[in-house]
Design a protein around this ligand. Structure first.
Ligand SMILES: [Zn+2]
Length: 101
């Protein structure tokens, strides 16, 4: 029974600067695996190609993998999205809850 995966990443809270190191994601297989952002991205990608085999247009789930945590100090939700960049590099971009729309 899966719930989420643990993501190995370090960042600081954008509200109070507290160092953050425990992140979770529900974008992958949710089997409590410890993954780097790169591994999470690859898992999501291979899940997308599985859907392709079943004849489902992967267009439907172009959702990029995200991972998040809650700052233990101020409670701010800190969320990051993983986007493909140049030369197979990945870009990890903070999702600011207020500037989403
Ligand atoms: Zn904080």
């Amino acid at each position: 029974m899966g719930m989420f995966d643990e993501i190995i990443y370090k960042a600081t809270c954008h509200q109070c600067g507290e160092p953050l190191s425990e992140f979770q994601s529900k974008s992958g297989d949710n089997v409590l695996a410890r993954l780097t952002p790169r591994q999470l991205y690859e898992v999501t990608k291979s899940n997308t190609s599985k859907l392709k085999i079943y004849g489902i247009e992967p267009k439907v789930i172009v959702e990029l993998p995200v991972f998040y945590t809650y700052c233990p100090k101020c409670g701010s939700r800190e969320e990051f999205v993983i986007k493909p960049g140049r030369l197979r590099k990945l870009r990890i971009i903070p999702v600011k809850s207020n500037t989403n729309v």
